[in-house]
Design a protein around this ligand. Structure first.
Ligand code: BF8
Ligand code: SF4
Length: 635
């Protein structure tokens, strides 16, 4: 059986070239891995002690307990909450890094960084209940950093983290408190998950999953602070027109791909690249330096500065196969270890930058905030050097790129709405939801996975939801999919939106000065920026006096893959949002855990997982959920 690997037209151009060159890609390795282990797929394989590995026979003929006595429910629950802990650790480390940078800026220790968005810093301070009267910007930044770092330090179990407390509806906080799942300290909660899942600890699947939910909420907390503090340092996103797909790589430029997640590095690389443009031209690059983004670092610089996005997760290797990427600079997360080998097939310098993330074969530049400018200069100089070694005969840049209007943070969405109603910006949105012009809101998030033809589920679902007048937001590689496939354009709104949605998007876009509708899908940023969508939802819920689980709001990760997606999906459920997964979660080996996540959660939290691999059917199911929610609200 031949399965379509990707619906991205660039893949069709570059995969045959990779094959001819003898370069294995993620899809080749996926094929070589078949058939994948059925025990692993069900989540019933346990490797957490050296008496194991143990695996439970799903057909009931073989062992039903591991050597220590753990059954399938315990094993599955332990495995999945460890995934949540890993996801939460990734996001929260990212957040801590940004918080420490803010502290460094406040103390005047980091010349490479400034508070670029003072209004945002003040807004954050107000949100955290920090009194700013008479205080200057460094003092406010110091206080915000301190309050944020408390979320990694507080030892009082009864005092929830500052960020989550400042972010959710009162009703949601009470509900979560009643279940004892409000995190008090991000690090402690992650550590507790690791501790309780050791051999011979927590064996109760319900208790384990509740621990996982707490970990997922710690993840949410970490994401909120990462997004908001990054905005203060680098500016909140504003609408900007840019482009996406591998066609953004330029033949006559030194191309530097920034890849990973953390904006602390990429922001400085962008700045330094501007200063070193002349050097690139001297080296023969007529168009100077061209920065392009990959994965969420790409999303970060895209929504803030309009840097074009070259690739989302599954196409990162193909960016190298163009033969025109001179340097790929990576920080953390979602970087395939294969990139160093593929880079070495060309002239590409693959540069790692974080102490905790090195790849054999890559060049390492030890990036530190204190020496950021110097580090970035070295990175850009390395790229210019590599450019001189580029072989023009091996350059194949696919002629595919799509326009993308991006940069829809909370502030820019409210600003656009304020052009319709300056007094009460949320009113036009609420009115149009209430009168049914907008049936509901869907947040698309998450990865690409080789389990799905790349981007196909995102695009199929979005077209169907658009036709049914659902307003769509997107982050992460989902946003990358839409950008690459032209769904972040005004033309897409005119072509795919149902009549009433089209009218609303046109009214807002026109009054906001876009000379036409808002794009069909609003790009809210990277994965950590899912917190932006929650902020909008909380504002709407607060205004209506309801909780999040009453809103006609759904989330979907149709091509989910990473442990971070497991964490995000779980907090989305914990916040009361029905959350679709289009890839099979590795929990079905336990009927109890599956039931907890897909059914019991609904009673406990209002949100629940909805697993549906067929994107057409998934869209129908989400539409049903939206209508059910509308009915509940009496609209
Ligand atoms: O944080 S969507 S593949 S790049 S994990 Fe990774 Fe998944 Fe992409 Fe961004 Ni998120
Ligand atoms: Fe086996 Fe139990 Fe050890 Fe897991 S913890 S590997 S089930 S003995």
């Amino acid at each position: 059986m031949t399965m379509k690997l990707s619906t991205d037209p660039s893949a069709a151009t570059l995969l045959p070239i990779a094959k001819k060159e003898g370069i294995a890609t993620v899809w080749d390795r996926h094929r070589a891995m078949q058939p994948q282990c059925g025990f692993g797929q069900l989540g019933v394989c346990c490797r957490i002690c050296w008496k194991g590995p143990c695996r439970i026979d799903p057909f009931g003929d073989g062992p039903q307990r591991g050597i220590c006595g753990a059954d399938a429910d315990t094993i599955v629950a332990r495995n999945v909450i460890r995934m949540i802990a890993a996801g939460a650790a990734g996001h929260s480390e990212h957040g801590r890094h940004v918080a420490l940078a803010l502290q460094g800026v406040a103390e005047g220790r980091l010349p490479a960084y400034q508070i670029r968005d003072e209004a945002k810093l003040r807004a954050v301070a107000a949100k955290l209940d920090i009194c700013t009267e008479g205080e200057d910007i460094p003092a406010i930044a110091a206080a915000v950093a301190k309050a944020t770092l408390e979320d990694f330090q507080n030892q009082d179990h009864d005092v929830p983290c500052n960020w989550i407390e400042a972010t959710l509806t009162k009703k949601r906080l009470e509900r979560l408190q009643a279940l004892h799942v409000l995190p008090h300290n991000i690090d402690a909660v992650i550590t507790q998950i690791m501790g309780r899942t050791l051999v011979g600890c927590d064996a109760d699947p319900v208790n384990l999953i509740l621990g996982g939910i707490k970990g997922a909420l710690a993840d949410f907390n970490g994401m909120c602070l990462a997004t908001e503090l990054s905005d203060a340092l680098f500016g909140a996103p504003a609408p900007v027109v840019t482009a996406a797909n591998l066609g953004v790589i330029k033949q006559d430029a030194v191309n530097i791909a920034v890849h990973g997640h953390n904006p602390l590095l990429s922001e400085v690389v962008c700045e330094v690249a501007g200063q070193m443009d002349e050097e690139a031209r001297k080296a023969g690059a007529k168009e100077g330096i061209n920065i392009v983004g990959i994965c969420c670092t790409g999303n970060e610089v895209m929504v803030r500065h309009g840097i074009p996005l070259a690739a989302n997760y599954l196409s990162q290797e193909l960016a190298l196969v163009t033969g025109a990427v001179d340097a790929m600079v990576v920080d953390v997360q979602c970087i395939m270890p294969s990139v160093s080998e593929i880079g070495a097939c060309f002239h590409t310098a693959v540069i790692t930058t974080m102490a905790e993330n090195k790849i054999p074969g890559a060049t390492h530049v030890d990036f530190k905030e204190e020496t950021a400018l110097e580090n970035a200069r070295r990175i850009v100089a390395t790229a210019i050097d590599a450019y001189k070694r580029r072989d023009p005969r091996r350059v194949n840049i696919p002629d595919f790129k799509q326009t993308a209007i991006v940069g829809f943070g909370v502030e820019s969405v409210l600003a656009a709405l304020a052009t319709l109603n300056a007094e009460d910006p949320l009113q036009p949105l609420i009115e149009n939801i209430a009168n049914g012009n907008i049936r509901g809101i869907a947040l698309f998030a998450g990865c690409n996975s080789t389990q799905v033809a790349q981007d196909s589920s995102f695009v199929t679902m979005a077209k169907k939801l658009a036709a049914n007048n659902v307003l769509m937001l997107a982050t992460g590689c989902g946003a990358g999919s839409f950008a690459k496939h032209g769904l972040m354009t005004q033309e897409a709104t005119l072509e795919y939106a149902g009549e009433s949605l089209k009218a609303v998007l046109t009214a807002i876009g026109t009054s906001a000065g876009l000379n036409g509708p808002l794009p069909l899908v609003l790009h809210m940023g990277s994965c950590v920026d899912n917190s932006r969508a929650v902020q909008v939802a909380v504002a709407v819920a607060d205004k209506l006096g309801v909780d999040l689980d009453q809103l006609p709001l759904v989330a979907s990760a149709p091509e989910a893959m990473s442990e971070k997606a497991v964490a995000i999906g779980t907090w989305s459920v914990a916040l009361g949002i029905p959350t679709h997964l289009g890839t099979m979660p590795q929990v079905t080996g336990s009927a109890k855990v599956t039931e907890l996540l897909t059914q019991t959660a609904k009673d406990l939290l209002g949100g629940y997982f909805l697993v549906e691999l067929d994107p057409e059917v998934a869209a129908d199911k989400l539409l049903e959920v939206i209508e059910e929610r509308r009915k509940g609200l009496g609209i």
